[in-house]
Write a protein that binds this ligand. Sequence first.
Ligand code: BGC
Length: 743
Amino acid sequence: MRLRKTLPLFLAAILLLPACTQPDKARQSKLVVNDAQIDEIIAGMSLEEKIAMLHGKHMFTSEGIPRLGIPELIYADGPFGIREEMEPNSWGSLGWATDSSTFFPTGSALAATWSEELAYAYGTGMAREARLRGKDMILGPAINIQRLPTGGRSYEYLSEDPYLSARLAVGYTFGVQDNGVATCVKHYALNNQELNRGGINVIASPRTIREIYLPPFEATVTEADAYGMMAAYNLVDGTWCSENDLLQNRILRDEWGFKGIIISDWGGTHSTVKAAINGLDVEMPGSRYFGQALLDSVQAGIVPVEVIDKKVKNILRVRLVIDPISPEKANTSITAKPEQAKIAYDIAAKSIVLLKNEGSLLPLDLAKYKKIAVIGENAVRTMALGGVGAGVKAYKEITPMVALQNKIGDKAEIIYAEGYHGFTAQERGDRKNRPSPYRDADPKLLAEAVKVAKSADVVLFIAGDNREVETEGSDRTAITLPSGQDQLMEALAAANPNIVTVLVAGGPLDLRVVNTYSPSILVSWFNGSEGGNALADVLLGTISPSGKLPFTFPVKLEDSPAYALANYPQQRAESDVFVDLVQRQESAARGDNKAFYSEELLVGYRWFDTKQIAPLYPFGHGLTYSSFEYGDLASAKEKYSANDSVRITLDLKNSGNRDADEVVQLYVSRIGAKTEWPLKELKAFRRVQLKAGESKSVTLAFPVSKLRYWDEASYKWILESSQLDVLVGSSAGDIRQTKRISI
Ligand code: BGC
């Protein structure tokens, strides 16, 4: 087993190439280098040994070949920190002292960096800790499209846009796998809601599936050589993902050339023969379908032994290309090293989005503001653990409050009021009488907070959701601020108009009230172990904010596509986390569980732009403490052909007086096309670092093949000749320069 030494090459490549790199189908070939040896191993194995590898041995392991010294595969959640050690056969914690890890910023925070390079660093950090903890495969990245503003796992996922999601997923996958660990990209596919996630049947047009929902998964396979894929809980067009021939065999394996392992989501296997024939390799975590039942099916001649051999081969391919450390060296000390804390900080620092800064309250001038009121439970609440899964037992987590105290020291006085009680784990766990997080403000806390705000020079209102509001297993029922925070906002503003609001959240929020009363607003996400430090550095102006929204902030929930078209929530409104399998299967059989994606391609900003519904803050939005001038666009050609890459160059100038990064975004808009298209679509972007006053020439490129559409009648990608406007700007709502080209 070898450690892949491709890091310097990869870094050289990303320095030389534009953000959009060409797919390199050869990369999956990494997985097949040991095929001859693997065939020999399989030829010497008993059927029982083979079947033992195809299901969970424990909660997070599947069997190896003990007789040959080939170890079990050890999986770890993922996606934003290596999960603590669990009991072999339950979700209970083992309570170890050495299993805490770095809490990396969650998915939408990473996405807000718009940086494939930072995603690579993220993967590197995750892989280092995974190896030291003795893990072979990280259950991540989680890359489903954020279709709903309310999606329970939006904070885990990356973006509403397939191209942005793909670039980050590729960076993450390379980062993990270049450091000796496998990824398991999840959840394949169309797992875009938590409501009834284990029984929902997604009905979407083939074109929508191909152009919006599959591209990020495809990119991890064809560009980044992903070794593992997790079959999602839901059904697509009437068939469970884990037994879906179209998704698993025809698209993933035959079209994209995937050579790795397909693993079911935990409890997401529903049959023996169908799942076995239609591509699933490993049932997790138990053996209900892929244990004795599979053995019997093979012995009865229903499942051919060649099908079993292929599965074992897929597993061994991964087993032999990863680079685990020896079990004796694993878990010997805390793995959360300062190097990973630095990565977590760098990502958090570049992820924070400045939504507005009217009157330039920010950066905070400590010479002027001597008494600072910090208000809100999120200032002191940690966000590493919570919800159902994907929790990280963080080695450390710097809260906003701790960071502000450390960094401000005696330069100003900080006074604190809790302001609101956030939704608790206990409240969420109360299935019978679960209260709503969307409740009135607590009058006592409100009065205290107002008093504190009144006595201060400036107020930092640390608002938002928490990990019990945004959680796996259920979607949010609203996007307004929970726990009476809007009421609190109004009261605070009446007491002191100098308010900076910081939103700690992973998904969009309804900011109508906050936007009215707060002159400055930042989004600081569930931002990992170093989140507080990054936030304090932005607030104090040590660094300029440079994150960009990876999704749209609608004015109100009803403006967003699935709500406007009333295709969500579906009738069967229970969350499925605790719904048992029989109930799910009955619901599937009754057919009352369909999610119609009737907005088709118009997901996120594609909807708002095309339907001309103004969002509150558009996709890609994010200000800095500086300003930028966009020069005219130059195109390498006026007319491009099918095999070309479009290349657009412009000069970008930092016209302000602070160093800052800008993320230049390139969208295309079709002129006179016969096919229907969203008004515009992101095709390239680039994060550019500029010193105050500095200019740089920026090139953005993308292959013309990325302009094709999926033709449902001929079942293939087609390029339509048309004119195109190339739109370059600072967000989907702030286009600075346009250039017409033709294809
Ligand atoms: C989640 C997966 C996770 C798995 C194992 C499932 O409930 O959907 O994302 O990897 O549990 O914890």
